[in-house]
Write a protein that binds this ligand. Structure first.
Ligand code: SAM
Length: 299
């Protein structure tokens, strides 16, 4: 099989980063994720989400990566590639590979960062024990094989390597359930049903901790749950700011899916109902994000 080498193989000191098969041709009908209607706008949406999370968390990750001194880092469902680019800048001695079913729009990639097209719903092209860090943010929640990907990722980590999984759930929450506006409930009933019919489990975020424990592959696993509010009602202003960005992230993301999902009932009216719900200042509605990291056993 033809192989695509990472650019800049001449980088010194690190174990070889794996090669990948040639990019596959992505056929939208084979992928559950509803593609955004405007890639450039979607890139800006993803970048805004990245920087809001980075500001809130005080960095690109919550795991002790510096102690590990990673040589090879993989980002699954890299989107705009922003996390991979930031990691390449933060760890100039590491090689960073971002993969996505869509090609990453050319950006100012430093020499130690590369992007490849991979359909994770169909293939896991990475060899065992190839990476020190494997990261996925808001990607597993779109895949029909999220648990298999998690197990494959653990196999492709070197002993002592770190798995960083940052996902959510296809839902919004409230401490009192009748506070969720009807427009939000209606949207998620429809959207979750469509994704379920495509084989996608929208509840991946809260399950990852157990999946990692049950794999028996890790010597430690940690979880931090973030609950950004859709209105600024918490006492934590930085969390309120994260919530505002997340709200826009969701509104723009769902609106951009209308052309692909309209035939299945996700109309402008349904998305407007969601927007009205998250914009209601009298309701205490929150997102819920599961930030999980785990260290692979050394033996
Ligand atoms: C919500 S975006 C998150 C992007 C990025 N991880 C971030 O946090 O900014 C989800 C990404 O997963 C990618 N994706 C969805 N299904 C995929 C698949 N089957 N294989 C590879 N990538 C996929 C999408 O193309 C999209 O870029």
């Amino acid at each position: 099989m033809h192989a695509v080498m990472l650019r800049h193989e001449a980088l010194p000191t690190h174990p070889p980063t794996p090669t990948l098969p040639l990019p596959i041709t992505v056929r939208a009908q084979e992928i559950p994720y509803p593609l955004p209607d405007n890639e450039e706008e979607d890139r800006r949406r993803l970048d805004a989400g990245h920087y809001a999370l980075q500001a809130y968390l005080g960095g690109n990750y919550i795991a002790p990566l510096h102690k590990l001194r990673p040589g090879a880092i993989l980002d699954l469902g890299t989107g705009s590639g922003i996390w991979a680019l930031e990691m390449a800048a933060e760890f100039p001695d590491a090689k960073v590979l971002g993969v996505d079913m869509l090609p990453v729009v050319a950006r100012h990639a430093p020499p130690n960062c590369a992007f490849e097209v991979v359909n994770l719903a169909q293939e896991w092209p990475f060899p065992p024990q190839a990476f020190d860090v494997i990261h996925s943010r808001f990607c597993l929640v779109h895949l029909p094989n999220a648990r298999e990907i998690l197990v494959s990722a653990l196999a492709s980590l070197r002993p002592g390597g770190l798995l960083l999984l940052e996902e959510g759930t296809n839902a919004l929450f409230s401490r009192s359930p009748d506070e969720i506006p009807a427009g939000i409930k209606r949207f998620y009933e429809l959207y979750s049903g469509i994704m379920r019919a495509r084989g996608v489990d929208g509840e991946v975020g809260p399950k990852m901790l157990d999946w990692i424990r049950e794999s028996g592959a890790c010597e430690e696993v940690h979880e931090r749950i973030l609950e950004p509010p859709m209105q600024p009602f918490t006492k934590d202003d930085s969390l309120n700011c994260l919530g505002e960005v997340l709200k826009q992230f969701l509104i723009k993301g769902y609106a951009s899916m209308i052309p692909r999902l309209e035939g299945e009932g996700v109309t402008r009216d349904i998305v407007d109902g969601f927007v009205e719900g998250v914009s209601d200042p009298t309701k205490k509605v929150r997102g819920r994000l599961n930030w999980v990291w785990a260290r692979k056993k050394v033996d």
